[in-house]
Design a protein around this ligand. Sequence first.
Ligand SMILES: Cc1cc2nc3c(=O)[nH]c(=O)nc-3n(C[C@H](O)[C@H](O)[C@H](O)COP(=O)(O)OP(=O)(O)OC[C@H]3O[C@@H](n4cnc5c(N)ncnc54)[C@H](O)[C@@H]3O)c2cc1C
Length: 426
Amino acid sequence: MFVLNEVPLPKLGLTGLEGLMSEEELAIQEVAHRFAEEVMRPIGEKMDKLTAEQAVAEDSPVWEFYDKLHESGIFDLEAIGGMTDEEKARILPIILEEFAWGDAGLTLLAMVTHFAAITAVGTGNAELIERFGHLRGCWIGTQPDRGSDVLDIDKTEAIPGSKHGRGNLIARVDGDELVISGQTSAWVSGAPLAECGLMYTQCDYGDGIYREDGGLHYVGVLVPFDLPGFSRGLPLEKLGLRSLPQGELYFDEVRVPMSYVIAGKEQAYPSFFGSLTFGNMEMSITYTGIARAAYEHALTYVHERKQGGGEIINHQSVRARLFDMFRNVEACRGMAHRAFNYNYGPNGPHLLGSATAKTFVTKTSVDVTSEALQMFGGNGLTKEYPLEKLFRDARAGLITDGENNVLSLKGGTMLSQIYKDKYGLT
Ligand SMILES: Cc1cc2nc3c(=O)[nH]c(=O)nc-3n(C[C@H](O)[C@H](O)[C@H](O)COP(=O)(O)OP(=O)(O)OC[C@H]3O[C@@H](n4cnc5c(N)ncnc54)[C@H](O)[C@@H]3O)c2cc1C
């Protein structure tokens, strides 16, 4: 039992029902929040109004974002690398939620930009660290003819007896070089700005690209974009997340030293799985940040807008709807933190943990932004108010980093397999 002598109004932290947080965590949260408020939100709003080409041009505010992010030291790879797993599980979601509260597209851009460098540093290989440790990166997985199939490299969700398509981007081993030809999908985040990529693609090691089960052999490789045969397509125009530019990348017999391969034949799938697991986890907290921003805007608006004889918060149904949004944001955060905790804990990391949170949070984030937009009435649909942007940003979450239905199928398959293994079923 809790022993109380009085019943005051509940105290809330910056994010809501905050419990035990250390002084250090509160300080980090404050710094990240200030950066999100002063730098990310204004730049995100400006970039939202630009065309895809303007968003990546030399005079785009995206460069100011990169400069200020670098100056802030918040994304210091060495400091993050030096954290214990427990610190990563607690601190990373605190930073990322604040960032995404500021602007989700820029949050994802900051992360994806560092993927190649983090991978290089993670290998401990001096040559790779020297070559890629300071380059802006991107994550190359999908191709025009291989979207969800990339997510399903292990082919658990393919039609029985079928073969995956060959796809559009194929690597082959040629002595001490990997030769890459073809194109990525138009969806590679950060591609228009990137200097290198962490690429996962089909690979012919000398015995064809197909595995016996009709799936494809893979390779994980760091690819610098200053090599002959590399070129880029135009940046993609799309709905939402407009501060996260995407585009196609073309490879015409690009020759990469085999020493840049970070995951060969047998290791490629686990390595890919690791980056997908991290990506889905990151999505879960990013979309929590979007939902919280929407809730906070709605909270302010309902205390200002007058209809039905007074501020709309005085209508009982509006208070109930507001509470429903608050509860959903708390549920998102709870799921996201649980995914970080699981992945950095003794049973993790695993896609099951990340996909559980990613699919729930992105769906709930669409619900919350939609309800917040509804609270704004017609104003919610206009560009004069912030909900229109947040709703568009939220919508992309159902597809990025694995379309939610496909991720859910994979989750269900894993749960069933765990059960079958436990009881010796086939
Ligand atoms: C904002 C954003 C950012 C992105 N960033 C990147 C990035 O940085 N790098 C990168 O490589 N890619 C990126 N992507 C691509 C993303 O990973 C793919 O869009 C996603 O995996 C879905 O692939 P697809 O679009 O080809 O859809 P498809 O795979 O064509 O799916 C179409 C429909 O078919 C259904 N479907 C497909 N396969 C199955 C199946 N086996 N069983 C049942 N139903 C199925 C799906 O549920 C879906 O509704 C990004 C996408 C977005 C939207």
